[in-house]
Design a protein around this ligand. Structure first.
Ligand SMILES: Nc1nc2c(c(=O)[nH]1)N[C@H]1C(S)=C(S)[C@@H](COP(=O)(O)OP(=O)(O)OC[C@H]3O[C@@H](n4cnc5c(N)ncnc54)[C@H](O)[C@@H]3O)O[C@H]1N2
Ligand code: MOO
Length: 404
């Protein structure tokens, strides 16, 4: 590695991180459903039973034989029993008979149709059903939603509430999910002061810690913030190696560019391994990736918007990949204004999403391009991606967006 390596292509950086993630997949654990929300499913799941498990009524009413109903006229049937949701009573409906039934109750043998209660009147054991319904009306068939053996959940899915509840409906108690990576977060720089403390000339408040911690938490992780690293190579090396011995991922921000105090690339080269340093992206060009001890290492550039762009565009590739998460669906929006991009790097511009009258997504690009301009990023809600090479984008062109 030279002091000033030439940047690699964004797609190459992504491919390297995907490879590293695949080689460092986190172990799978069998967790009770209550702890599976947000976890990435590690194996395909097949339905162990049918959904619905048995034919049952979709409505409160009367289970009967469709053959006994008349298109035009009301019919009078004999009430022979009651079946509520719960244990099946093994009732039988014969010709001219019906059974009172509630929603979710198993269908009695012989019955194929349910007439809702609102379409009935009852006098003792005589039930008058007024409505002509189709054969099989208001009956939920066994296996309608899933048959035993059907693949119902795919490995790589970050489990949402609906998917976890589907597992519950199938009687599954635990799911195989990837362990979440533990992440140590470092900020670096002698100029940094924590909010609440007075600022001396030349100092700034540490904003990247809250930025990174928030981005990681929004992705379901429980990162640990370490004390800010001073611009001192020995302290940097010892604290980072310390963290690398007990965390899956170590993320720093700052001290990866070309200055005298940018000690992190040399530290990683000396004590670990560098996968790449510098990517053809704007902002975020000095991004560093490698391995330190047992930990995967990401050295994000210090400028706040560079932290945002490198995390959303590449940091997540490593974090998702180590959990075996399937690629996130890409999102696109139409540009609300024309953009001229003269330079060669892939650019991540700030923009604000809105929904057009026809329901299509639009993004208004923000003029602020400086990677120090955090306020412009806070005013926006997404990064929009402009491809490598000079680009002339017209209003209405579709661009990929990374919402935050
Ligand atoms: N000669 C060159 N200079 C620079 C280059 C270059 O290629 N050649 N790259 C520029 C680019 S692009 C970026 S991005 C920055 C990245 O620099 P570092 O990663 O070394 O970061 P620092 O110098 O430590 O900090 C940059 C900037 O960000 C502020 N910062 C840092 N940490 C925080 C924090 N936790 N909270 C808020 N702000 C933070 C820091 O004060 C600096 O202003 O390098 C360019 N220079
Ligand atoms: O890449 Mo730097 O991240 O442009 O500011």
């Amino acid at each position: 590695m030279t002091d000033f390596p030439s940047p690699i292509l964004f797609d190459d950086a992504r491919a390297i991180l995907q490879r590293v993630a695949m080689a460092n997949r986190l172990p799978v654990e069998q967790l009770p459903l209550a702890r599976c929300h947000g976890r990435v499913l590690a194996q395909d799941i097949a339905a162990p039973i049918a959904l619905q498990p048995f034919d049952n009524s979709a409505m409160d009413g009367y289970a009967c034989r469709h053959a006994d109903l008349h298109e035009a006229d009301a019919v009078t049937l004999v009430l022979v029993g009651e079946q509520f949701a719960g244990r099946a009573l093994d009732l039988q409906v014969g010709e001219g008979e019906c059974v009172r039934i509630t929603t979710g109750a198993p269908m009695p043998r012989g019955a194929d149709t349910v007439v809702i209660r609102e379409e009935s009147s009852v006098d003792g054991n005589a039930v008058v059903l007024r409505s002509a319904v189709r054969d099989g009306a208001n009956v939920r068939k066994a296996g309608e939603d899933a048959r035993p053996g059907d693949p119902v959940l795919r490995a790589g899915t970050p489990l949402n509430a609906v998917q976890v509840s589907l597992a519950a409906s199938l009687g599954i108690e635990r799911l195989p999910v990837s362990r979440k990576p533990t992440v140590a977060v470092f900020t670096t720089g002698d100029e940094l002061v924590e909010p609440g403390m007075p600022l001396q000339p030349g100092e700034i408040y540490n904003s990247n810690r809250e930025l990174l911690m928030g981005l990681l938490r929004a992705d379901g992780l429980e990162p640990t913030a370490w004390p800010t690293l001073p611009d001192d190579p020995a302290r940097i090396a010892s604290m980072l190696q310390d963290a690398a011995s007990s965390f899956d991922i170590v993320i720093t921000c700052g001290a990866v560019s070309a200055g005298e105090k940018d000690h992190i690339p040399a530290m990683l080269q000396m004590h670990g391994a560098v996968h790449f340093w510098k990517v053809r992206m704007k902002p975020g060009m000095p991004l560093l990736a490698g391995q330190l001890g047992r930990a995967q290492f990401l050295g994000l550039p210090g400028n706040p918007v560079s932290v945002l762009a490198t995390y959303l565009a590449l940091g997540r590739v490593l974090i998702d990949g180590m959990q075996g998460r399937a690629a996130r669906p890409r999102r696109f929006a139409r540009l609300d204004a024309a953009i001229e991009k003269p330079h060669a790097r892939r650019e991540f511009m700030r923009g604000t999403l809105r929904c057009g009258d026809d329901g299509s997504q639009w993004i208004a690009p923000n003029d602020a391009t400086g990677s120090h301009r955090l306020r412009a990023a806070a005013d926006a809600d997404a990064l929009l991606v402009l491809a490598e090479g000079p680009q002339s984008c017209a209003r209405g062109d579709a661009v990929e967006v990374l919402a935050y």
